[in-house]
Design a protein around this ligand. Structure first.
Ligand SMILES: *Cc1c(COP(=O)(O)O)cnc(C)c1O
Length: 392
């Protein structure tokens, strides 16, 4: 198909739910993406973080190829090696507990909300979440994503959920009643514009959940694995959640998601209470296990931290008047500009024209989340373009 015909057919056959850019992508490797005309782009956003390991990481490609040739789907009535290898790696790097597999962040959060309701017992169903959070688009996960723009036209939501200001412990405490089941929080907000909570806030949430016997859910869909300079971002705060959810980068580009329960929380979903036909299927689980292995072998936790510092330093050195604040940890960074949404859009367009992919959140936050395997040279080249564009 020609470029034009693909763009045309996209409009004809695909729902218009994404605000797509008319760019036909064709091939990708490491931190590089090529469009259908052969133009090369440096990817400083890694497909919404899903390309944490870079595009088509050879270890992931090999694992998928091998698994696809061996066994693709036999059903969760049985078990297989790759799904225990991935779970073992997740648990080894987090906390003693157990894993449930599905395919998307939204689905992982659905599982977490169901788990919190069951753990809470009869009558406890309310979940507390935070302003500017993002937990997914299914009705359950949307119900705790209290942004009007996302919910408009889809009401009513699940009842009882309360959304309070991010960082406001008093508001959390006031929102808790005897019907509250849990709290869901991103250890760094992604779609909300890369907002980093304080250690005191996260520790305070942990204490409130302990005191009121609530399930503390950390939504690590954007932040893990490794991207923030720790395997899991909750580890920056000296706390352990009861449940954490994973998706995006854990599959290295194929749909893998997980809901992980700590100790007794791992035993709440008993036979028949929840399921996902293709969850943890051999191809996806093998990809996830290869991702974890590559992170270990290639020291990507440290690389994410080091490269993140390199970016922050370069942007500080550039002393750009429009930069109000640089937020984030490791390779999950947000640069808030003193700019109107159309000016921020111009930064995005200037980068894309110059062959660099970035993202804009909340109208004025330039989000940078390169693949963790990006080389220092690539990073410097990409940053030069982004810095130029931000200068305007
Ligand atoms: C992207 C995201 C989700 C939703 O993940 P999907 O795979 O798109 O369903 C949930 N939570 C957070 C924090 C996310 O960034």
């Amino acid at each position: 198909m020609t470029n034009e015909s693909i763009l045309q057919a996209t409009q004809t056959y695909l729902m218009a739910n994404y605000g797509r850019i008319p760019l036909v992508t064709a091939r990708a490797s490491g931190a590089t993406v090529w469009d259908a005309t052969g133009k090369q782009y440096l990817d400083l956003f890694a497909g919404f973080g899903a390309g944490g390991l870079g595009h088509c990481h050879p270890k992931v490609v090999a694992a998928i190829g091998k698994a696809a040739g061996e066994m693709m789907a036999v059903g969760n009535l049985y078990t297989w090696e790759s799904q225990v290898r991935l779970a073992e790696a997740i648990i080894r790097h987090s906390f003693p507990g157990k894993v449930f597999y599905c395919h998307s962040g939204a689905e992982a959060n659905e599982a977490a909300i169901k788990l919190a309701r069951r753990a809470g017992g009869e009558g406890r169903y309310k979940i507390i979440s935070f302003h500017k959070c993002f937990h997914g688009r299914t009705l359950g996960s949307l119900s705790v994503t209290a942004t009007k723009a996302y919910q408009a036209g889809f009401e009513p939501m699940l009842p009882g959920n309360v959304c309070v200001p991010f960082g406001d412990l008093k508001a959390v405490e006031n929102a808790i009643d005897d019907q509250t089941a849990g709290v869901i929080v991103e250890p760094i907000q992604g779609e909300g514009g890369v907002n980093v909570p304080t250690v005191e806030f996260m520790k305070g949430l942990r204490a409130l959940c302990d005191r009121h016997k609530l399930t503390l859910i950390c939504d690590e869909v954007w932040t893990a694995p490794a991207r923030t300079g720790k395997w899991f971002a909750y580890q920056h705060y000296g706390i352990v959640p009861d449940v954490m959810t994973l998706a995006k980068a854990i599959g290295g580009g194929v749909p893998v998601a997980a809901c992980v329960g700590r100790e007794a929380f791992g035993d709440v979903l008993t036979p028949g209470t929840h399921g996902c036909t293709l969850g943890g299927n051999p191809v996806c689980a093998a990809a996830g296990a290869a991702v974890c292995q590559a992170i270990e072998e290639e020291n990507l936790v440290d690389e994410a931290r080091r490269k993140g510092e390199r970016i922050v330093q370069a942007i500080k050195n550039a002393a750009i008047g429009r930069v109000k604040e640089i937020r984030g940890k490791g390779l999950m960074l947000g640069i808030e500009l003193d700019a109107a949404p159309d000016q921020a859009k111009a930064v995005f367009n200037a980068c894309l024209d110059a062959g660099v992919m970035i993202n804009i959140a909340q109208g004025n936050v330039v989000r940078l989340a390169p693949p963790m395997v990006i080389t220092d040279d690539e990073l410097d080249q990409g940053l030069a373009v982004v810095i130029d564009a931000m200068k305007g």
